[in-house]
Design a binder for this molecule. Structure first.
Ligand SMILES: *[C@@H]1O[C@H](CO)[C@@H](O)[C@H](O)[C@H]1NC(C)=O
Ligand SMILES: *[C@@H]1O[C@H](CO)[C@@H](O)[C@H](O)[C@H]1NC(C)=O
Ligand SMILES: *[C@@H]1O[C@H](CO)[C@@H](O)[C@H](O)[C@H]1NC(C)=O
Length: 334
């Protein structure tokens, strides 16, 4: 009690004295959201004709739909009604960070099963010919090999062009983000060559580094971008990290889908490089778990964030999105 009152007072003082100085960079507020916009972690959106499907962490992968990105979002049910076949911890596991792709006529939902701080994670896959709850078939583990170098979380599939080569990124805490090519024959059960084809593409090598996870690939014009989340995703007062070390969205860019990825200053993203796309600002704290899509011809980044004025609990994470301007060659939130 006493501690939380003290922290409240201290935060109040530092906010008043420090905000004009610390506010190096302003970001626009998230676009409006109506309907079910909270308890959202790691959103992933798939637009199927005129309906937006939003998938998110927990609740056996929550599915909501809306007629536009602004909503109204309506909760529809769970992707995995009966949970997953994967058991990494019978008592504490959760299903995280779904990622949905349509390959041929089939939808694939990649997901991770883990517990906080554990490396015994697994990436699983489910399929459906539709996107709705009740239509998905769980295939359990995708079969990526375990390694001390990475954590099997945060899968994201990327297709270079229609019918072009497929890649899966994942990870990670530990050594950051990995990428592997996939064959269309491999989409339910990984078999393409074991460890040799798993490539580290983003890594923070700084001592006491911020974790790097939640990567997704995106192509805009001729360049390949990897967006990822860095820092502390889920702290609450009085245990907040130093300002700037909370969750934030970073980006690296390459001329080829497999890299090498560099940041805006030319720094190698295997050597701690990364350019900030969206950080905390105003009443937006620790944005991350992002995805990027093209909507009505415009690139959009969506993400989850915390509103300090509301709270920091799991059910107080909000869904947000902003348009991106790539005219400089680098994504700028507008
Ligand atoms: C909103 O969606 C979440 C899952 O994302 C679900 O747990 C919750 O029940 C939904 N709320 C309502 C009012 O439907
Ligand atoms: C979930 O389990 C129930 C009871 O075993 C079963 O009736 C139902 O078909 C299952 N749902 C799916 C999607 O497998
Ligand atoms: C790497 O970690 C350092 C130390 O925590 C941090 O200052 C830097 O922003 C991180 N870089 C990236 C790309 O996240």
């Amino acid at each position: 009690m006493i501690r939380s009152i003290l922290v409240g007072v201290l935060c109040g003082i530092s906010a008043i004295t420090a905000s004009p100085v610390l506010r190096k960079r302003d970001f626009p507020d998230p676009e409006p959201c109506t309907g079910n916009c909270s308890w959202i972690h790691d959103p992933n959106i798939y637009k199927d004709s005129n309906t937006y499907y939003r998938f998110s962490t927990s609740g056996n992968i929550a599915i909501a739909t809306a007629p536009s990105l602004t909503g109204p979002w309506e909760y529809k049910g769970a992707l995995l009604d009966n949970g997953t076949k994967i058991i990494v911890d019978p008592h504490g596991q959760d299903i995280w960070a779904p990622n949905i792709a349509k390959i041929g006529d089939m939808f694939y939902a990649y997901y991770s099963v883990s517990t906080m701080g554990s490396q015994a994670s697994q990436i699983g896959v489910a399929t459906s010919s539709k996107l709705d709850p009740g239509t998905w078939i769980d295939h359990g583990s995708f079969g990526l090999p375990h390694s001390q170098n990475y954590n099997l979380i945060d899968p994201a599939i990327f297709q270079d062009s229609d019918n072009g080569p497929l890649f899966l990124t994942f990870g990670s805490y530990w050594n950051g983000i990995y990428q592997t090519p996939l064959e269309t024959t491999d989409l339910i059960s990984y078999s393409s060559g074991g460890g040799a084809s798993l490539t580290n593409i983003v890594r923070n090598t700084t001592v006491g580094m911020d974790v790097v996870e939640g990567a997704i690939m995106f192509k805009w014009q001729t360049k390949y971008y990897v967006f990822f989340s860095a820092g502390n995703c889920c702290a609450a007062p009085p245990n907040l990290p130093a300002p700037g070390r909370e969750y934030r969205v970073m980006v690296c860019r390459a001329d080829q889908v497999t890299g090498p990825f560099k940041d805006k200053d030319g720094k190698d993203c295997l050597e701690s490089g990364g350019t900030l796309v969206l950080g905390s600002h105003g009443d937006v704290y620790a944005p991350g778990g992002q995805g990027v899509m093209v909507d009505e011809g415009k690139p959009v980044m969506y993400y989850h964030y915390v509103k300090p004025s509301v709270g920091y609990a799991a059910d107080q994470f909000f869904f947000g999105f902003n348009y991106l301007d790539f005219s400089s060659g680098w994504p700028v939130v507008v």
